[in-house]
Ligand binder design. Sequence first.
Ligand code: AMP
Ligand code: MG
Length: 518
Amino acid sequence: MKLRIKETFTTENPSDSILENTRRQVTEAVFSYVKPKKTKEPKVIHVSREMASDLQISEQETKSDFFKNIVTGNTIYPNTRPYAMCYGGHQFGNWAGQLGDGRAINLFEIESHNKNWKVQLKGAGETPYSRTADGLAVLRSSVREYLCSEAMFHLGVPTTRALSLSLSGDTVLRDVLYDGNPAYEKGAIVSRVAPSFLRFGNYEIFAARKDVKNLRSLVNYTIKHHFPNLGNPSKKSYVSFFKEVSERTLELIIHWQRVGFVHGVMNTDNMSILGLTIDFGPYGWLEGFDYSWTPNTTDSQHKRYRYGNQPNIGLWNLYQLANALYPIIEDVVPLENILDQYKVDFEEKSFQMMKTKLGLFSNHENDVNLIQSLEDNLQLVETDMTIFFRNLSDFSDEKIAFELIKKAFYTLENISSDVKNKWHLWFKNYSSRLQQELLSPAQRKEKMNAVNPKYILRNYMSQMAIDEADKGNYTLIDELFKLLKKPYSEQPENVKWFAKRPEWARNKVGCSMLSCSS
Ligand code: AMP
Ligand code: MG
């Protein structure tokens, strides 16, 4: 396996001068060199062929012991030096100080097909940033990250990718519900890949420490490698940098809203500077359309990271980044203008996104009301978001409308006449609105089906794959992996996955309730 190794991150950014792997505050450095932990009996259980081929790793090579040892941290690729990154972050609205890669270890950079990729292991052991935890990851959270990051990619949502999912062969102690009942679980390692794993928190940590020199140098590195169109370092390019991060963040969150993805922990240390979905923890997919839903039990009281609040939190996080960048810009006005623009752009982009979900391409003054009343209706009784929007592309006239939505309702009993009337009225308005569209029904359907996925990684689906994997059976992981490669296609042979969440999964841990324990 011959990789085209590149070293920009470690050669152009300051490293921690201490080489011992001890837990501590690391200052004036972007990263610390660290070695992954050797594991007892590593075993690769799945590989993303698409990702491997993007890195020019052949299928044959992914089956080798060498590959297995690299992606589980048991062998260091020749002439490379793994490292963990230093970052801080605002967690649940409060500054948390230094966090850092507590259980992520970057292996190397690869140059492939004119792209630069960083390859990172999650769950490969302690780093100086592990704080009180063990640096390891369990199988369940690793299956979830592995499947979801590749599913996101195929949905067309910006995301970090996954290359492989492996068992470490070691066990890991976890208290899933934080209720004093820890148990041993199988340890696992995901190798994940992105052009950069830099987060808002990487910049915040320098600002918090008033280390303007290193803040500026990290921004310069970021612009040079990831935003080269912004030109040479200057206050002007720093403002443009913030503008682009703001735009990408909004773009990302609009995608999440479109597909019904709830990240679950939008702390600033989980916000990618490239606008990628990063750190798949207690995330979830909407089943019933509900703005107040969050899968994260750790956040169940205030629901800060609920579905409907993601756009606001994106903005809140950008405020923190603006504060962090202020020392190198020294002018609040352009930063405030960008933040104000986010609000304006959000209204417009989310409106346009909803219009495409409804198959509306011309403009009409009542569209805002039509969308608003749809969102209200969807929350009258529990209505499956994915099924509703997918079936909506089959809408032809008001008479079959109720048949279409029936499939999305979680209960058909006790639907009041008030609810029925509201739906009836909405479909009547929708039907007359469609008359003003120029596209044929078939053309409209095609366009709608390209933005309304048929298959998403429902929470219970991951859980089924996890339960099987725990018993040593990985076929469901493979089945879901393949299914989610074509989320917008009909795939008649897989239609069993186009179904509402089964009742057994309604209140099951791992399906509707997830904690940060991973
Ligand atoms: P998260 O909520 O998963 O984004 O994690 C927040 C911080 O805790 C990050 O700095 C992680 O690297 C760290 N962390 C989470 N789990 C572990 C673990 N098992 N061992 C060490 N650090 C961890
Ligand atoms: Mg994180």
